[in-house]
Design a protein around this ligand. Structure first.
Ligand code: UN1
Length: 500
């Protein structure tokens, strides 16, 4: 019998008001049932809001360094349980164990950063226009933050949102993706063990169309942070715009790696292999386009094809596996559809192109790592996000064309250039329309303490990670203190020219 998991609402592990559960299955072997997880409804969110409201009142008065201290302990506990969490994560999400260890490590790094930020949360002190007057800005917590997170980084992405929100003094309602509820359960357990007051965190499992929608539309949740598809982000944006909510969106990408003829080609090969097929291509930052300069196109493609053919497809828990399964059946079918579109559009399938065969692999959602060549800029495979192990190779004549092709898609998350020419490198940094550009490194691998996010349809101007996210989760307040003992009108009301 599979274990039944519960929501964490109002300080208790509770059954969902709907009485409904869904089965969480291992994407590498669908006969392996991990557990039953709640499919919650409106009533659960209402209860969570009522409790988070009380949690917020107390937590916002807790000194920020003390709030940070809870996150430091959470980081310690995550470190202690790193291997256990990684195994749980691989079982429900599919990516290989080395990568799930990395995912947990990103959460740990985010915890320690958040802990130290509790001792900073800088404001500004600036001179006043007037004598005997003090002027400064500082940060205040906002309220209840609704966090809606994706499947592909089950630990890192929730911590990117949750830890800064908590350090800033907010309470949190957490709705993890339905495919990765077990990791979310672990995270909440560890936070409680670390000493987070129970009403400051609420875990509500369920579908976006039920729980997510109710959170987004709830008038008492003033902050929403969402990572997921651009379509869903657009719908969330409409509601939040109407309700004047603060909203952070991290959405799709169509990230490109450019390889120039002067590059270290071995390095570029390692880079694209990791960027395109790591996490089975299911990172928002995954390399899904390879822009190859004419001069090296044929030779590079040839070597890449050999390397891709050698990748081992298999369960992420098995040693020697390079590429795990896709997250679910719909994701696998989407990849198959895109390969069919590619064939119809006349792209050449150089490697892969099929659902994986062989008894062990047909029990999971495996698709062969796939390279498509001859992809034309502007075609569907050159523009649309696949979110799977599919790389579109586009031929370019020079750096100008590479920059143009990189920039002509609707998304703008990450990009990469391999070159030994410092001029090309700096031109790329300056002219590629992305939130992140890597030089001589793949499109994946952002560090936890720098701002993460993209331009155009990838985001809405906010960043996760680093110092910027702390601005998102706090409200700036300005205080003026006049100690002159008399009414001093502001400069605009008494300007008498430059002081003598
Ligand atoms: C994502 O792409 O979905 O940059 C998040 C990386 C990781 C996070 C990626 N640090 O590869």
């Amino acid at each position: 019998m599979a274990e039944t998991f519960l929501n964490f609402i109002a300080g208790e592990w509770r059954e969902p008001s709907t009485g409904q559960y869904h089965e969480n299955r291992n994407p590498a072997d669908t006969e392996d049932v991990i557990g039953l997880f709640p499919r919650s409804g409106r009533e659960d969110v209402e209860r969570a809001v009522a409790s988070a409201r009380e949690g917020f009142e107390r937590w916002k008065r807790t000194p920020a360094p003390a709030r940070g201290d809870v996150l430091r302990r959470a980081g310690d506990l995550m470190t202690e349980h790193k291997e256990e969490i990684a195994r749980i994560m691989t079982r429900e999400m599919g990516k290989v164990l080395t990568e799930t260890r990395g995912d947990v490590q990103e959460g740990i790094d985010t915890a320690y950063y958040a802990a130290s930020e509790g001792r900073r949360l800088f404001g500004h002190t600036v001179p006043s226009e007037l004598r005997d007057k003090w002027a400064m800005s500082y940060r205040r917590p906002i309220g209840i933050c609704g966090l809606i997170t994706p499947f592909n980084f089950p630990m890192a992405i929730p911590t990117w949102k949750m830890f800064p929100a908590l350090t800033c003094g907010n309470s949190v309602i957490f709705k993890p993706a339905e495919d990765v509820p077990h990791t979310a359960h672990m995270l909440v357990e560890l936070l409680l063990e670390a000493g987070l007051p129970p009403d400051v965190i609420q875990l509500v499992h369920g579908r976006g169309s039920d729980v997510g929608n109710v959170m987004v539309e709830h008038p008492e949740i003033p902050v929403i942070s969402f990572t997921g598809s651009t379509d869903t982000g657009a719908r969330i944006g409409e509601v939040c715009g109407r309700m004047h909510k603060r909203l952070s969106l991290e959405m799709g990408g169509k990230n490109a790696q450019i390889v120039m003829p002067d590059a270290d080609l071995d390095l570029a090969l390692d880079g694209v292999l990791w960027g395109a097929f790591g996490t089975t291509g299911q990172r928002c930052t995954a390399t899904s386009r390879l822009l190859l300069h004419d001069d090296i196109h044929a030779a590079f493609l040839d070597r890449l094809a050999q390397r891709v053919r050698a990748l081992r497809l298999g369960p992420g828990l098995e040693q020697g596996t390079d590429v795990g399964p896709l997250i679910n059946r719909a994701a696998l079918e989407k990849v198959e559809e895109y390969v069919a579109v590619a064939r119809a559009e006349g792209d050449e399938v150089v490697v892969g192109g099929q659902r994986a065969s062989g008894a062990a692999l047909t029990r999971g959602f495996f698709h062969e790592p796939t390279i498509l060549a001859g992809v034309r800029a502007g075609s569907r495979l050159a523009c649309e996000e696949v979110f799977g192990p599919v790389l579109s190779v586009i031929r370019v004549a020079d750096l100008d064309e590479a920059i143009r092709v990189n920039n002509e898609v609707a998304y703008g998350l990450s990009s990469s250039i391999y070159t030994r020419d410092v001029r090309s490198a700096f031109r790329a940094i300056n002219e590629l329309d992305n939130g992140i550009t890597y030089v001589n490194a793949p499109t994946i691998g952002a560090e936890a303490h720098l701002p993460f996010g993209g331009v155009k349809q990838t985001g809405n101007g906010h960043r996760e990670g680093g110092w910027e996210v702390y601005e998102f989760y706090s409200e700036t307040k300005v205080a003026y203190v006049d100690y002159s003992g008399k009414l001093q009108r502001a400069q605009i009301d008494n300007y008498a020219g430059s002081p003598s």
